[in-house]
Design a protein around this ligand. Structure first.
Ligand code: AHR
Length: 693
């Protein structure tokens, strides 16, 4: 704001005049001194100067006040002829076995290393995180290769050495994944395989981490015989402890072998083994697809450690498990290929199977030798889609799912485009799958957003992890993409590093802006998912993530909540928007019409990425219905500080806040807070409007 007095003041200051007249004192100290001195000859000009200074200060404050509010108009043209259908598949989720997202995460199994395989095949092996109750004089445990399961032959031999064992007995315990969450009144199903040549009683208990608090226990009598026996025992907790452990103890001097020890909560999502509260976080996103199981997890640092679907199916006791060498942890593969397909079905989401195409981070299969890998993948598709009479479909049916899983999309590898044998291998997989399953859409790892692909593909994968400003500006990336090639699958996007903190509001705003760009380009962007989805707080290998949890708590980061404001976009109608303002470089917006079971809404989403507040006029044209203030709402995601995050102690610091929009109309004014994401749902007077036209 122009201020002549301020200009004079600043000019004087720049010549050092201010220092000369007032020395190092502030204006108020001079005024105080002037009062004490009484009126003097040179005091008058000083008073004028001081007055001018205060005036200018006020002037400057006012100016910055005014500068902090921008006036913007957002025009939405909802004419049916300009509306564009967004693909039903646009927003989904990418689940990777990273950060203990699956093992020790959504997969509810409480025992870690349940088959004692994690230490490898060479015995004796590390039994971590199992440990002993007792000491060297009372108990001796070691692994051997005597299991009854041929694919996972390691078992644990426990020899009790004490004649008069300590009260409470000696034995082994498993702390689960950083402690088991055992809750009062809930039931837990223990299954284990035991072999003991001599009859003995075993006490199985759920206790606190130091063993002192007993939450549940039962005695199991093992009849002495040389064969393995499957033992099943339900334990009902009589208290709550978030960091419990499972103990197996005895007082008798015996030798007992253990293998495949599992403890599952009775209450899991649909009884399918998933942690209910974590699944409900996913359900709130209404994901249209589930990309699984990775990511780098699919590739492995080395091929020998890559995810192998065949090893992850069938009875859980027979799965060998494997060490995921990219994210550095063992998984028993209880959450295997079948369970991923089941999860997609439970979420009502399209399964997208990402398979290894003979390429890891450090080694590759030569295209000349890739045929067995191609056959392996064809078998995996038959496992999912084949009839219950087919070779692999029958295995699925035996696992409890006679109906096929409708796999329509597969991704050939992950981030491997630049690898030596990628293209050669890709074509082998592509041709074989096309021939056997002509309807399956195949996803290439090579980015076709700026240059055409040199190989056939139905979709291409696009990943972006960058700073917030770059991602904000990437909202127009696909504006420039050719409309003639395959469509894009933005299967991994996120703001990371400094701007992300451990999940900041800033990151979510840039991501939201990026997503408005994907909506607008959804004629060629077919699918998009944030990454990674989950993190167990005890193993944050990758930061940031959308959903943070431990054994019993969870919260969504702002990036999670941001996604909830896009959940109605898949399948909705998109309308053109125009922002008129010199501040438009800090804004992003999109508009859709969508319907719930009863009503239609015009949803206008606006991201204010800048630090100024905005007085926004939303003016709508072309709507075929009037806007009802009743039922209209505003939902705002913002916080006092742009780097604010959620946490276990404050899980709702940055969450969307919904309120009524009583002034909703064809033209209306709203205020956008600095650094905010607002979603205005304007209720339409008649239902079933644009979407049906
Ligand atoms: O999402 C984390 C990792 O980022 C994925 O495993 C990989 O695909 C990407 O590099």
């Amino acid at each position: 704001m122009p201020c002549p007095a301020l200009a004079a003041w600043e000019l004087a200051s720049s010549f050092g005049w201010w220092m000369h007249v007032f020395g190092r004192h502030t204006c108020s100290t001079r005024v105080d001194k002037w009062k004490r001195m009484g009126t003097s000859k040179d005091a008058v000009p000083r008073a004028i100067l001081c007055f001018l200074f205060l005036l200018c200060l006020g002037c400057k404050c006012l100016a910055s006040e005014l500068e902090a509010t921008q006036t913007v108009t957002l025009a939405v043209d909802a004419s049916p002829q300009l509306a564009q259908k967004i693909p039903d598949t646009l927003f989904g989720i990418f689940f990777e076995e990273i950060n203990h997202a699956g093992a020790g995460g959504i997969w509810a199994e409480l025992v870690s290393n349940r088959g004692f395989e994690a230490g490898g095949l060479h015995t004796p092996s590390n039994i971590d995180p199992w440990s002993i109750i007792g000491d060297d004089s009372s108990i001796y445990v070691e692994t051997d290769r005597t299991s009854c399961f041929s694919r996972n032959i390691i078992a644990l031999r426990m020899e009790v050495l004490c004649d008069n064992c300590p009260t409470g007995g000696v034995g082994i315990y498993n702390p689960g994944f950083w402690g088991m969450n055992i809750e009062d009144g809930k039931a837990y199903n223990l299954v284990m395989y035991v072999k003991s040549p001599e009859a003995t009683d075993l006490t199985v208990s759920l206790t606190s981490s130091d063993g002192l608090q007993n939450l549940a226990s039962a005695t199991i009598t093992v009849s002495g015989e040389s064969n393995w026996t499957k033992v099943e025992q339900k334990l009902v907790a009589k208290g709550t402890n978030r960091t419990s452990r499972l103990q197996i103890t005895t007082n008798k001097k015996v030798v007992v072998w253990f293998d495949q020890v599992s403890l599952m909560p009775e209450d899991t999502y649909k009884g399918h083994g998933f942690r209910t509260e974590l699944i409900s976080m996913i359900l709130d996103l209404k994901p249209r697809f589930l990309r699984f199981p990775g990511g780098c997890f699919v590739e492995g640092e080395w091929l020998r450690n890559a995810f192998r679907w065949r090893e992850s199916i069938g009875p859980w006791e027979e799965r060998p498990g494997h060490f995921g060498d990219v994210w550095h942890y063992w998984t028993d593969d209880g959450l295997g290929y079948y369970e991923f397909l089941q999860l997609a079905e439970d979420l009502d989401a399209e399964p997208i199977w990402v398979f290894n195409n003979g390429v890891s981070h450090n080694d590759e299969v030569d295209t000349a030798a890739i045929t067995p890998f191609v056959k392996d993948v064809l078998d995996s598709i038959e496992f999912a889609r084949g009839s219950a009479n087919s070779t692999w479909g029958s295995v699925r049916a035996a696992m409890g799912h006679p109906e096929p899983f409708p796999v329509k999309y597969v991704a050939i590898g992950n981030e491997d485009c630049g690898k030596k044998f990628y293209r050669g291998n890709y074509l082998k997989f592509y041709n074989a799958i096309r021939q056997a399953y002509p309807d399956i859409q195949m996803i290439s790892n090579c980015d076709g957003s700026s240059t055409p692909l040199d190989h056939p593909a139905d979709l291409y994968d696009f990943h972006v992890y960058t700073d917030s400003k770059t991602l904000f500006n990437m909202k127009s990336t696909f504006d420039r993409t050719s409309r003639s090639g395959p469509k894009a699958f933005v299967s991994e996007y996120a703001v990371w590093r400094g701007d992300a903190g451990r999940g900041s509001l800033l990151a979510s705003l840039a991501e939201a802006a990026f997503l408005t760009g994907l909506e607008k380009n959804s004629d060629i962007v077919y699918m998009a998912s944030y990454a990674p989805l989950f993190v167990n707080n005890n193993d944050q290998t990758w930061n940031p993530d959308a959903i943070v949890f431990n054994s019993w708590q969870h919260y969504g980061t702002p990036s999670y909540w941001m996604q909830t404001l896009f959940r109605e976009s898949s399948g909705a109608m998109l309308h053109p928007t125009t922002i008129s303002s010199s501040y438009s470089g800090s804004l992003a917006a999109s508009a859709i019409t969508w319907q719930d079971s009863e009503n239609s809404f015009l949803r206008v989403k606006v991201i204010n990425f800048g630090s100024d507040a905005v007085t926004l006029t939303i003016s709508t044209s072309g709507l075929q219905a009037s806007i009802n203030a009743l039922g209209s709402t505003a939902t705002v995601l913002t916080s006092a500080n742009v780097m604010d995050e959620n946490s276990f102690s404050n899980p709702t610091k940055v969450v969307p806040v919904k309120s009524d929009l009583s002034n909703a109309a064809g033209e209306m004014q709203v205020t956008l807070a600095p650094h905010s994401f607002s979603s205005f749902d304007l209720a339409l007077a008649q239902s079933k409007l644009v979407a049906e036209m």
